[in-house]
Design a protein around this ligand. Sequence first.
Ligand code: GTP
Length: 236
Amino acid sequence: MSECKYKRVMLKLSGEAMAGKNGFGIDFEVAKRIATEIKELVDMGVQVGAVIGAGNIWRGREGGGMDRATADYMGMLATCINALALQNSLEDLGIETRVQSAIEMKEIAEPYIRRRAIRHLEKGRVVIFAAGSGNPYFTTDTAAALRAAEIEAECILLAKKVDGVYDKDPNKFDDAIKFDTLDYKQVIELGLTVMDSTAITLCMDNDIPIIVFALDEAGNIRKAATGEEYGTIIDN
Ligand code: GTP
């Protein structure tokens, strides 16, 4: 098995990743598979922080009529549901896990405390950062970039449905071309929708490489972290 060059990583999972084929809700078989993959990293001694989205439960911005802030707060709550589900799956595999929420709900999860999160990581616990950044108008991608910077993660492992960044949607265009590498400015200038511009800018300003890969096959999280296989690396 290859060595991981990173000691501490931030894994960004979309909410849809938890949904499996249904496209909605939580498929516990899928959650177990993701947990098994995270365990591979933990077993290699990698410290893992994770941020999870909410699209499997709530797609606020697509709904008509609701104001953005309210829709975003509902999305933040949905990320907590996903975080607890993932914690449950990780703990089923014997991986110590802590959930820290950006919005205080102390009966359900620890509040986000940066130094405490780092202590958990140092003790080999997976830390799942729930409720995004706690602010509306910011995505969970931005939360992943922010928390990655705060905990000094060496990279963001960005799990996607497609296996990298393309110049156009590969599901719609047969001639879409995949980028092996990109710099942050290209992502912004070319209008690539891999992450929103706030998240990309935060990564650029803090020199956090983003490794984009598809979550479609077992072992891909480890492969992305070890450089064995990945789609696109975004770096300076
Ligand atoms: P150490 O201090 O390294 O032993 O970490 P620890 O997380 O095991 O210690 P602590 O005694 O703080 O936590 C024990 C358990 O309670 C863990 O599962 C924590 O996630 C949980 N816990 C701690 N603080 C809170 C909180 O404010 N709310 C909730 N819901 N759980 C908490």
